[in-house]
Design a protein around this ligand. Structure first.
Ligand code: CO8
Length: 374
């Protein structure tokens, strides 16, 4: 049995930022346009008028101040309201692969490794650019990794579930090391025309390198244990999929083919699920609240994270104990907790324990208990 460790992480951040001010200006122009175009139906009561969005609401309800996106021109055009992404030739790297390769190279560099040290690539994300061939296998080829690769999807929990799969394989000896890569193009499955959710998501890619402890040359985090759980719910759902063509006509732009959620219910149901999950995981490993030096939580909502932090530690965590990145990146689905880990873990001391936890659609929750070694 080998002891799995995280030796490197990488984050790819798109060049384009959309601030809340820009987002709300575009949304409100779209709403005005919609209301003008549908004035007769709105006054007849057959179509509902669109209400304006507000910066104050967004910050108060979520803590989000801006988001990075691959394309902002389409998102901010009131006549378009979705990203405009060039159709790539089959011989070019696909977009998810390109983002994933960038993050993966940064993780390898941090660990002082090359592609030849890696046996497995997992592309774990909440949506895939195509059905097949697997994006992971394309990333494997672009990096020059031998061995094998596969895609997996557990929505927001994809990264932690991927880390569990990779860590178990390292532990058993079936692989030496794995890259778990999370390219999230959330902008392409977000409904930018719905004020209830248009502010929630952003684009990013993260990568985590998992190796055997005896191969690690520098500072690293030992994966003490992982825990995953799921419980079916329709409260976060997207009905897009390959059966679309087989359905009756008129289904090209249906609301439920983009991200749908009942945010209030998610908030209420997921909070106890996550708090209980983390408490049970820590208890089973004999880690007390006082032993935990850092919580790298899923980045969906600041109030949600404040609540979980208080529940887990039994007191209000200091900002550095539970770092948030959602104010800058918004919700980046599976990548959020890994961005927080990547940016806020270097300062931990030998022997310090920390926990990564992601949660979301499924419902799903995954946690990874770590110990720092220098
Ligand atoms: N501007 C102004 N007012 C608004 C806006 C807006 N933009 N949006 C809504 N309002 C109004 C509402 O209409 C409502 O008005 P009224 O009281 O008159 O009905 C009022 O403001 C309050 O609205 P809510 O009750 O909806 O507000 P909340 O305080 O509940 O905040 C949140 C909404 C932020 C969505 C909150 O409920 C939340 O964060 N919930 C948890 C969400 C969560 O964690 N979801 C996880 C999803 S991520 C995931 O699993 C990944 C899925 C795959 C990735 C998808 C990528 C696209």
């Amino acid at each position: 049995m080998h002891r799995p460790v995280i030796t490197g992480t990488g984050v790819f951040t798109p060049d384009n930022v959309i601030t809340n001010a820009e987002l709300v200006t575009a949304f409100n122009a779209y709403a005005d346009l919609f209301n003008t175009e549908n004035a007769a139906a709105i006054s007849a009561g057959t179509v509902e008028a669109k209400e304006h969005s507000s910066e104050d609401f967004i910050v108060k309800a979520s803590g989000i101040r801006q988001r990075y996106v691959i394309d902002k021109s389409g998102v901010l055009d009131p006549a378009v309201m979705h990203p405009l992404l060039r159709q790539r030739d089959d011989d070019e790297p696909s977009l998810m692969a390109e983002m994933g390769v960038d993050a993966a190279r940064k993780a390898l560099l941090q660990a002082g490794r090359t592609a030849s040290d890696v046996d497995l690539v997992v592309c774990a994300a909440s949506n895939m650019e195509r059905a097949y061939p697997a994006v992971a296998i394309e990333i494997q080829q672009l990096l020059g990794v031998s061995g094998f690769a596969f895609d997996m999807n557990v929505a927001c929990s994809s990264a932690t579930f991927g880390i569990q799969a990779a860590a178990d394989m390292v532990r058993s000896g079936s692989i030496r090391s794995a890259l778990v890569i999370n390219p999230e193009i959330c902008s392409a499955h977000l409904e930018w025309r719905d004020r209830d959710c248009h502010f929630i998501f952003g684009d990013v890619a993260t990568a985590t390198l998992i190796e055997r402890r005896d191969a690690a040359s520098g500072a690293h985090f030992e994966i003490l244990s992982t825990r995953c759980a799921t419980d079916f719910s329709n409260n976060i759902r997207n009905n897009n999929g390959y059966l679309r063509r087989s359905r009756p006509a008129g289904m090209a732009d249906r609301r439920d083919m983009q991200f749908m959620q009942n945010g209030r219910k998610v908030f209420k149901e997921v909070l106890p699920m996550v708090s209980d999950h983390i408490a049970a995981h820590m208890q089973s490993e004999g880690i007390a609240a006082d032993d935990l030096k850092r919580l790298w939580l899923h980045q969906a909502n600041k109030t949600m994270n404040d609540f979980i932090g208080r529940k887990v530690l039994g007191r209000t965590p200091a900002p550095e104990e539970q770092p948030n990145i959602l104010q800058d990146y918004a919700n980046t689905s599976s990548a959020g907790s890994i961005i927080a880990f990547s940016k806020y873990s270097d300062d931990l001391a030998e022997g310090d324990a920390g926990l990564i936890c992601s949660f979301g659609a499924g419902y799903s929750v995954g946690s990874v208990l770590l110990r720092r070694h220098s």
